[in-house]
Design a protein around this ligand. Structure first.
Ligand SMILES: [Ca+2]
Length: 235
């Protein structure tokens, strides 16, 4: 009898606990705002206001974790400028019309001062995972989450792939690279990241990240991480 009672109590406890876990999970989901809600915004100075499902005018598809477009469009929107559509004259004219410059010469000078402008004819495709840029806002700041649940990208498991295409005729080239956030116990030395046991992960990029694989047209794989070129290796 006593044994049966103990079993019953244990069963009830397990049920309560699992109900609690299920509740916590559903609350978690409920607290996250999706793009579909129409309540997620671009960053403060961005050219656009509200994030929508599908590709935006710059080439970002935040719902699908993808970008496809001009290299310059990766930065133009966030800097408060309209998207570049491949026609320089039309773009300078648009900048004048929208009040960014007094005339097209000034507009051209202004854009020439942006580091990314000279790369505007490079076609870029990017893919990333949820820790890189989430398609939800779970921390409630009205923006898509980055490295959700982590203080920084380090140890978040974030990754991005970057595929570029440029040049004309004989000068056509392609470039592909995989970029991942380094693990928490990684160390950096002389421009490279290393695992805790001293194995090379790859060259440092943007501080908290590392290039684990690079493929260049005419050369093939120009870098493969000795610690492994896979995505999602580091958490
Ligand atoms: Ca957020």
């Amino acid at each position: 009898m006593k044994r049966k009672l103990t079993l019953l109590i244990v069963t009830v406890l397990v049920m309560l606990m699992s109900t609690g876990i299920a509740l916590a999970q559903s609350n978690n989901q409920k607290d996250c705002t999706t793009i579909q809600s129409g309540e997620i915004n671009y960053s403060d100075n961005h050219y656009l206001d509200t994030v929508h499902v599908g590709y935006d005018i710059f080439g970002y598809n935040y719902q699908a974790h993808m970008f496809k477009g001009s290299y310059a469009n990766v930065y133009l929107g966030g800097n408060g400028y309209p998207p570049y559509n491949g026609d320089d004259e039309a773009y300078y004219q648009r900048l004048v019309e929208e009040g960014y410059a007094d005339n097209e010469t000034d507009a051209e000078t202004m854009m020439d001062g942006k580091w990314y402008w000279s790369n505007r004819n490079i076609e870029l495709k990017m893919k990333w995972n949820d820790p890189w840029i989430s398609n939800k806002d779970c921390d409630g700041d009205g923006l898509l989450d980055r490295h959700y649940g982590h203080d920084s990208y380090i140890g978040s498991g974030a990754w991005l792939t970057n595929q570029m295409k440029g040049g004309d005729g004989k000068d056509k080239w392609t470039y592909f690279t995989k970029i991942v956030a380094v693990p928490k116990d990684a160390t950096t030395d002389d421009g490279n990241w290393y695992t805790a046991d001293g194995s090379e992960i790859g060259p440092v990029i943007w501080g908290q990240f590392v290039k684990v694989q690079t493929v260049e047209s005419g050369y093939g794989a120009t870098y493969v991480s000795p610690s492994g070129p896979g995505l999602g290796l580091y958490k």
